[in-house]
Design a protein around this ligand. Structure first.
Ligand code: SAH
Ligand code: SF4
Length: 360
């Protein structure tokens, strides 16, 4: 038994031993174009549907589906086959639809300000578990007459700590779900060997680096893995990635009140970009509250001042709108650990016709 989106096309062929060749295409289309379960693939003979339904089971069972921003943000809490839990966030914007996916249960990197980091590491996700998050989001988007076009690996976990699996998922999303490389973004805390491996991979995906500080003293404190891969090494790896891929590089900067939001922090960051000739784009997000971190996010006024200072120093910067903070779906708030009321849940995202709005 395997999960729906785990097997590659070749692996599925072995499962279909004895069936005519075109069945493989039908099933592949069912999974990757219709986002259907085998039971829903009514173009297949009943016996084959039953056989497939036994061999291929969904990896994700929805526990809670919560909606905010007037229906434009949907957070799913999924349970995996071993009872572990992860979260996925679907975001609808006027001009695009984006899904934020998890790559691990929990995270081992221990950034103190992040709810996932506070929960500690559970395990790596599989290809099937990652791809199914995207397929389910695409299915829901389609039910709202929208097309999912963007995938960001900014959910739970550190994608480059699970690089091989994340890469196989990226290829599946690109080749089979039809998401273009330009619309795929991997966010990393700064694992230099992972960035180096990514540099050698064929598809030019976007790289987002969670920087948060431009000197090692402060970054060591905020992002403990910086002690292993300090800023200069990280910047050199980013510069190489950019040189090879020619893709957009962005820095994430969670703005923490009185910690990394001072004018000197902006000056340091601008200097760092200049020193490594990195035309990076900086995304500023006021720190979202999490249970285990006492310091609060910067007031919006300071966030804007910080942006203006960066811009004046020649660094592109945007203030990111916070999505889903009221349902703990915003950056760094995904923990999947809270005991949840089953009454909030929907029986299944599949088949039950997801609703575009409401407050489940
Ligand atoms: N592990 C990866 C990707 C998941 S975290 C990484 O760290 O990049 C996704 C983003 O949310 C990262 O930029 C992370 O720094 C940011 N983040 C974590 N906790 C946050 C919080 N409390 N408020 C705002 N952003 C946060
Ligand atoms: Fe892990 Fe990213 Fe959270 Fe750090 S910010 S603990 S790397 S998920």
């Amino acid at each position: 038994m395997t999960s729906l989106y785990q097997p590659s096309r070749d692996e599925l062929t072995t499962l279909l031993d004895g069936e005519p060749r075109y069945r493989l295409d039908q099933i592949w289309q069912g999974l990757y174009q219709q986002y259907s379960t085998p039971a829903e693939m009514t173009n297949l003979p009943k016996a084959l549907r039953a056989k497939l339904a036994e061999a291929l089971t969904p990896a994700l069972q929805v526990v809670v589906r919560r909606v905010s921003d007037g229906g434009d943000t949907v957070k799913y809490l999924w349970e995996l086959h071993d009872g572990r839990r992860i979260e996925t966030v679907l975001m609808l914007y006027p001009d695009r639809v984006t899904v934020c996916v998890s790559s691990q249960v929990g995270c081992a990197m221990g950034c103190g300000f992040c709810a996932t980091g506070q929960a500690g590491f559970g395990r790596h996700l599989t290809v099937g578990e990652i791809v199914e998050q995207v397929a389910m989001a695409a299915r829901e988007a389609r039910s709202m007459d929208r097309r999912l076009g963007n995938v960001v690996f900014m959910g739970m976990g550190e994608p480059l700590a699970n690089e091989a699996v994340v890469w196989e998922s990226v290829e599946r999303l690109h080749d089979d779900l039809g998401i273009s490389a330009r619309k795929l973004t991997i966010s990393t805390v700064g694992l230099v060997p992972g960035i180096r491996r990514l540099t050698e991979r064929p598809l030019p995906v976007n790289l987002a680096v969670s920087l948060h500080a431009a000197n090692d003293r402060l970054r060591d404190e905020l992002v403990p893995i910086n002690k292993r891969y300090p800023i200069d090494e990280l910047m050199a790896a980013c510069a190489d990635y950019l040189a090879v891929k020619g893709r957009r590089l962005s820095f994430e900067w969670a703005m923490i009140d009185g910690v990394n939001d001072r004018p000197i922090d902006a000056t340091e960051l601008a200097k760092l970009c200049r020193r490594f000739r990195l035309p990076a784009h900086v995304n500023l997000i006021p720190l979202n509250p999490t249970p285990g971190y006492p310091t609060v996010g910067s007031p919006l006024k300071r966030v804007h001042e910080f942006r203006d200072k960066l811009e004046a120093l020649g660094v592109n910067a945007t203030v990111r709108r916070n999505r889903g903070a009221d349902i703990d779906a915003a950056c760094g708030q995904l923990a999947a650990g809270q005991p949840v009321a089953i009454s909030q849940s929907r029986a299944s995202v599949r088949g039950s016709g997801p609703q575009p709005s409401g407050t489940d």
